[in-house]
Design a protein around this ligand. Structure first.
Ligand code: ZN
Length: 198
């Protein structure tokens, strides 16, 4: 096999869900594309990796200091939905059922993987609520053991805010570990059926 082909296949298999067979098919497909088209693709990937920022308020991916969702005056700034990762924001946005803001933690607490609360954007969330104006925090965290640990940790940290409503999304049948793999209807349903947590 061509050394150059081998290199491309090797790089592509670093992506999640891409095995050797798929990588080979993609590499051959790149050959059939116009060279300029392939250059556009790699340029776009490089620009994304080098230039994308995280919103200073909610930690969502953003091209600016503040992301478009946080900057939107039409959205409900008194409600914050706390999620694990950027992909969860996209999943919830796709339901078109939520008009509040978000807060992206950047993962969940996991002693096994050495992820402590200080590794997540929890202080950023607490500071944000301390500035006032937030009435409800919705915890949309996965049902895994790490997710539950994170949920309880957050509930404890948020207890200091008197009058703040803290809710957790409903866990319906079929609600999996990771929000990004759950269909939009299930997410919308889980959001609507959120319950207050103590
Ligand atoms: Zn933001």
């Amino acid at each position: 096999m061509s050394r150059l082909l081998q290199d491309v296949v090797g790089e592509l298999t670093k992506l999640p869900g891409v095995g050797r067979r798929t990588a080979l098919r993609l590499a051959i497909h790149l050959l059939r594309m116009e060279p300029e088209s392939v250059h556009d693709m790699t340029r776009s990937i490089n620009r994304f990796r080098d230039d994308v920022k995280y919103c200073a308020q909610c930690n969502n991916l953003s091209d600016e200091e503040i992301c478009p969702i946080c900057a939107d005056p039409e959205r409900d700034h008194s409600t914050i939905c706390v999620v694990e990762q950027v992909a969860d924001v996209l999943s919830i946005e796709n339901t078109h059922q939520y008009r509040g803001l978000y807060h992206v933690l950047g993962g969940v607490i996991s002693p096994m993987q050495g992820i402590a609360p200080s590794d997540l954007k929890i202080d950023l969330l607490v500071d944000r609520i301390a500035r006032g104006g937030v009435k409800e925090v919705i915890l949309a965290i996965s049902t895994s053991v790490e997710g539950e640990t994170t949920l309880f940790y957050l509930m404890n940290r948020l207890r200091q805010f008197e009058g703040l409503k803290v809710t957790a999304i409903a866990r319906g049948i079929g609600f999996g570990d990771e929000l990004e793999y759950v269909d939009e209807l299930t997410i919308a349903h889980a959001l609507m059926n959120r319950r207050e947590v103590e």
